[in-house]
Ligand binder design. Structure first.
Ligand code: AMP
Length: 184
């Protein structure tokens, strides 16, 4: 049983690694960014409310995210394990997740912190070409990450749940390192 949170700045490679590991372990890869992009493209009420924040590189308000995550973690497939990618992103979200997991009688094994220098992130994101990947929006997303999400590194370190890995290495090496972490 594997239950992991992937923490790290945009462009750190969380999504790629989460998908590979989730496939290998046959567990759901739960990306709040993917769920939100799906909602935007389907023009649901959630998508309509989230879109302007996403386009600007701002965080979508906690209230919307928490409801969405509660729904997602209410599905049966999470009983086999999970990888949370891009959630939690604020202390409010992390505290909510604690309570939710307690209610579910589950706990997270490790929080994997992807460490990557800013300039590498900017270059990677510019190469990705997503709608919210213009240089101005990218720089803003990195500021938002530093201000609102990076405090979670200490939050989880204090509980001895944090494992930091060097995200600035080839994809395959990173996959191998991650496999070693979860097998330990
Ligand atoms: P991502 O694919 O994780 O880079 O997320 C893309 C965008 O979706 C972010 O820039 C935010 O606007 C929004 N988003 C994704 N996850 C969250 C979250 N946990 N809290 C708030 N906003 C989020």
């Amino acid at each position: 049983m594997t239950r992991l949170i992937f923490l790290g700045p945009p462009g750190a490679g969380k999504g790629t690694q989460a998908q590979a590991l989730a496939d290998a372990e046959k567990i759901p890869h739960i990306s709040t960014g993917d769920i939100l992009r799906g909602a935007v493209s389907q023009q649901t009420e959630l998508g309509r409310q989230a879109q302007s924040y996403m386009d600007k590189g701002e965080l979508v308000p906690d209230q919307l995210i928490l409801e969405m995550v509660r729904d997602r973690l209410g599905k049966n497939d999470v009983n086999s394990g999970w990888i949370l990618d891009g959630f939690p992103r604020t202390v409010v979200q992390a505290t909510f997740l604690d309570k939710l997991l307690q209610e579910m009688h589950q706990s997270c094994d490790w929080v994997i912190n992807f460490d990557v220098p800013d300039e590498v992130l900017v270059q990677r994101l510019l190469g990705r070409g997503r709608k919210d990947d213009t240089e101005t929006v990218i720089r803003h997303r990195l500021d938002v990450y530093r201000q609102q999400t990076a405090p979670l590194i200490d939050f989880y370190r204090q509980r001895n749940q944090l494992v930091s890995i060097d995200g600035d290495q080839p994809v395959d090496q990173l996959t191998t390192e991650l496999q070693q972490v979860i097998q330990s």
